[in-house]
Design a protein. Structure first.
Length: 107
């Protein structure tokens, strides 16, 4: 699988998303630094062996991303039961980022 490098615009968005902090920890009342998780979705043309676009991403801490029992890679069912699907979290994240963009443009 060839990894496509993110464009300048995608890098900017990925940085903004990572700066948001872990969306799962946020639901637990915590503010924890995040790394980028690419959402794989057969419905949207990505899955095993297919790299999703750099815009289909979530900010997750290492535990919720790949190392914890409740994580998208090791415990996806438990993760989705507790926090919602990746698509639901992405939608909520985009709404919050847009609210933040509007607020910061006012001041």
């Amino acid at each position: 699988m060839v990894k496509k490098k993110p464009t300048v615009e995608e890098k900017k968005y990925m940085s903004q998303v990572a700066d948001y902090g872990c969306v799962a920890c946020e639901q637990d009342g915590l503010n924890v630094p995040a790394e980028i998780h690419h959402i794989r979705s057969l419905k949207k043309g990505s899955g095993i062996g297919l790299r999703p676009p750099h815009t289909m991403i979530l900010p997750l801490c290492a535990s919720h991303h790949r190392t914890g029992k409740i994580s998208v890679h090791l415990g996806k069912k438990a993760f989705e039961e507790k926090y919602g699907t990746e698509e639901q979290l992405e939608k909520k994240l985009r709404e919050r980022l847009e609210e933040w963009r509007i607020l910061t443009s006012i001041f």
